[in-house]
Write a protein that binds this ligand. Structure first.
Ligand code: FEO
Length: 171
């Protein structure tokens, strides 16, 4: 049975991952509105991945005999000054998520909850990827600057991202 302190911290993380999904879906809506459909697609896929993260935590609490408790999801921003501003916000957000995951690991270590620590290692690795992909797009967008041709090429690149459901990717 999972410790209450660990359970509560994971329940907060379910909320944080749901908020991430909301944030990226809101960014997707913003990009749809600016006719950058490839960017919108990338953000939509990101939102779907965040839902997978939320569900991993949800299932884990239940598997450990705990109680998953859902809380209100904060409304995300709905406007950004530019594509690069949106991706900078995404990158900053991922850095905050990484800090949250590290805190969860700290709690697991403090409680000597080795199972949760092992479970969390997937997220530790995932966050390296999450930060790297957002930061790479920020860098590219900065290089592109005001060049519309570059922006449309990037849009085509981001249109190629597809969501892979966990069952398929883990098979
Ligand atoms: Fe669930 Fe983007 O980290």
């Amino acid at each position: 049975m999972i410790d209450k302190k660990m359970q509560n911290a994971i329940n907060d993380q379910i909320n944080a991952e749901m908020f991430s999904a909301y944030l990226y879906l809101s960014m997707s809506a913003y990009f749809e509105n600016t006719s950058l459909r490839g960017f919108a697609n990338w953000m939509r896929v990101q939102a779907q991945e965040e839902m997978v993260h939320a569900m991993k935590f949800f299932d884990y609490v239940i598997e450990r005999g705990g109680r998953a408790v859902l809380k209100a999801i904060e409304a995300p921003a709905d406007e950004w000054a530019s594509p690069v501003a949106a991706f900078e916000a995404a990158y900053e957000h991922e850095q905050k998520v990484t800090a949250r995951i590290n805190k969860l690991v700290d709690i697991a270590v403090e409680l000597r909850d080795h199972a949760t620590n092992a479970f969390l290692q997937w997220f530790v690795t995932e966050q390296v990827e999450e930060e790297a992909s957002a930061s790479e797009i920020v860098d590219k967008l900065k290089l592109i600057g005001e060049a519309r041709g570059g922006l449309f090429m990037m849009d085509r690149e981001l249109a190629a991202r597809v969501f892979t459901p966990p069952a398929a990717s883990e098979a």
